[in-house]
Ligand binder design. Structure first.
Ligand SMILES: [Zn+2]
Length: 113
């Protein structure tokens, strides 16, 4: 009967191993969710620093903020090119994309040139 006991024990070990794998997967998933929360706070910290920089305050990260400003300028240039190709413009009041030949913004009703 020792043989069958060994088989039983082996089978039980496999079941436990399977449970461990599931538990490890669950725990790793929780760890990643917690790491994502930290990343969200990093983003918030970064946004606050950039807001301060944009308001003219001296920050410890002015170099990085200047890089972000350059990237924003590039995005604005590229967006302007896209609008030009679409023969559209942005509403000066709400920022909605509107066709150049319309008289009023379809989103907020502002009179356009
Ligand atoms: Zn508008």
């Amino acid at each position: 009967m020792a043989f069958f006991d060994d088989v039983k024990r082996f089978g039980k070990n496999l079941t436990d191993k399977g449970k461990d794998v599931i538990e490890i997967t669950k725990l790793n998933s929780q760890i990643n969710a917690e790491k994502d929360k930290i990343k969200d706070f990093y983003v918030k910290i970064g946004e606050e620093v950039y807001k301060a920089y944009s308001a003219g305050e001296e920050t410890a990260y002015n170099e990085y903020c200047a890089e972000i400003k350059n990237i924003e300028d590039t995005i604005n240039e590229l967006t302007a090119k896209v609008l030009e190709l679409k023969n559209a413009t942005k509403c000066p009041n709400c920022g909605a994309e509107v066709a150049k030949d319309t008289s009023f913004c379809s989103t907020c009703g502002t009179k356009l040139n």
